[in-house]
Design a protein around this ligand. Structure first.
Ligand SMILES: Cc1cc2nc3c(=O)[nH]c(=O)nc-3n(C[C@H](O)[C@H](O)[C@H](O)COP(=O)(O)OP(=O)(O)OC[C@H]3O[C@@H](n4cnc5c(N)ncnc54)[C@H](O)[C@@H]3O)c2cc1C
Length: 400
């Protein structure tokens, strides 16, 4: 049976997130965005509302809600600002849900539970100065030394790099395979900020997500216990790809929040601005821009809801999630572009929020797999180069 009704639990979590976005993000975002500063009190508010582990099972310190709830939180936060949603993408989508699927019980006890309770903040470190899309091109190494690995390398463009306590780091544990570009030589580690040899910094001068911290992580001879390897030594690349199924979903859902913000701002402006002695809402070309925003919003929501429904069933959803990510981020870019257009010159200044929406919308077409990669994936499924739904989802969803 297909059911498009949100449950009472969904509505509850949606209203909690909406209230936080309105109270904690909307009133101050212009200042934080102008200063390129992250507001740490936002994390406190999310923690106090128990949202930092919204879809982590209660057994591991979370709220035990489903993936639709996670998407709704992302949508509400991004309605206020993309940087607020990015916290969820990296902390839960890319890190905590990966630990849920892949980590040992000991690792879940030590890392997942504090993360789900919001006591520790987590992020995901795959990208490097020389490798983004081409993940096999990473240079970071992890050499075995008794019961430890010694990590050396640099991660770049990492969300919350200066904020997070725990990082999921991908590194080569097999140097021969590194030379041959055989991805089974990549492993995944939990690295703590407190480990000796870890340093981080922020990237200045970003186009968007200015109120979200984005930076680099440098690792020089960082000694990491073998107990901190997630999965088996040859599973790092596979883990990274399943992480992206979680992260892309949060980006897709967040993007429909951004589209809705563009719609609301534009509708309001259309009803007040007059040209030729009439509201600009009366001009057909302006109506067309509004209609296209609504088209992106409604269709985008159906796509991420479907991906969330598959995740709840524990079914492999890489294809649907990639489609949702591509469509929703594409439509968010178009909506923000048109929202600025509708505002005319006022859209060109940060007096109105659409200027920030426009800048923020660009990032999502780049991170968590660029638009080009999402397109290639869809073609590869059609051509049979990628197999569909043969395997169960690695993160088990709610089948327990
Ligand atoms: C705000 C922000 C936050 C981020 N947060 C994180 C994070 O928390 N953790 C993390 O690990 N990374 C993060 N990233 C990095 C992001 O995931 C990478 O930027 C992304 O994967 C693209 O890699 P790249 O920038 O190196 O571009 P490149 O891989 O160098 O690509 C450059 C261009 O070439 C195109 N291209 C590349 N290969 C192909 C191909 N085979 N076919 C067609 N076109 C191709 C791309 O689509 C793109 O247009 C973040 C980035 C941003 C902007």
């Amino acid at each position: 049976m297909i059911d498009f009704e949100l449950t009472e639990d969904h509505k509850m979590v949606q209203s909690v997130a909406r209230e936080i976005a309105a109270r904690k993000v909307a009133p101050t975002i212009r200042d934080f965005d102008r200063k390129h500063e992250f507001d740490p009190t936002l994390i406190t508010a999310l923690k106090e509302a128990d949202l930092m582990g919204v879809c982590v099972p209660e057994k591991y310190g979370g709220m035990g809600m489903d993936y639709i709830s996670l998407g709704l939180v992302c949508e509400e936060l991004e309605y206020a600002d993309t940087s607020a949603r990015v916290i969820f993408s990296v902390h839960i989508g890319l890190n905590s849900m990966t630990l849920l699927g892949w980590a040992s019980e000991e690792q879940k006890e030590k890392y997942l539970i504090p993360q789900a309770k919001g006591e520790k903040i987590a992020t995901f470190g795959l990208t490097e100065p020389g490798a983004g899309t081409d993940a096999v091109g990473i240079a970071t190494t992890a050499d075995k030394d008794g019961d430890h690995y010694i990590l050396n390398g640099e991660k770049m463009w990492i969300s919350l790099a200066d904020v997070a306590d725990n990082f999921l780091i991908f590194a080569w544990t097999d140097r021969d395979k590194k030379e041959k570009r055989d991805h089974s030589g990549i492993s995944c580690f939990i690295v703590e900020r407190e480990f000796e040899g870890v340093t981080t910094g922020s990237i200045p001068g970003k186009l968007g997500v200015r109120a979200g911290n984005t930076g680099w992580i440098a690792m020089q001879d960082v000694k990491v216990s073998k107990e901190n390897m997630v999965g088996e030594p040859d599973e790092g690349f596979k883990i990274a790809m399943t992480c992206l199924d979680g992260g892309r979903y949060t980006v897709a859902a967040g993007s429909t929040g951004l589209i809705k913000a563009c719609i609301d701002a534009s509708v309001e402006y259309c009803r007040t601005r007059k040209t030729f002695e009439t509201e600009i809402s009366q001009h057909q070309l302006v109506k067309e821009m509004l209609a296209e925003m609504e088209y992106g919003y409604q269709a985008g929501r159906l796509l991420w809801w479907k991906a969330g429904w598959l995740k709840n069933k524990g079914v492999r959803n890489t294809r649907e999630t990639a489609m949702a990510k591509w469509f929703c981020t594409d439509q968010a870019e178009k909506a923000a572009y048109n929202a600025v257009q509708i505002h005319g010159a006022y859209g060109f200044s940060d007096e109105y929020p659409v200027e920030r929406f426009f800048r923020n919308s660009k990032g999502a077409a780049i991170y968590e797999g660029t638009r080009e990669i999402q397109k290639l994936m869809q073609a590869d499924y059609l051509l049979g180069f990628r197999k569909d739904k043969e395997t169960r989802l690695m993160v088990p969803g709610y089948e327990e």
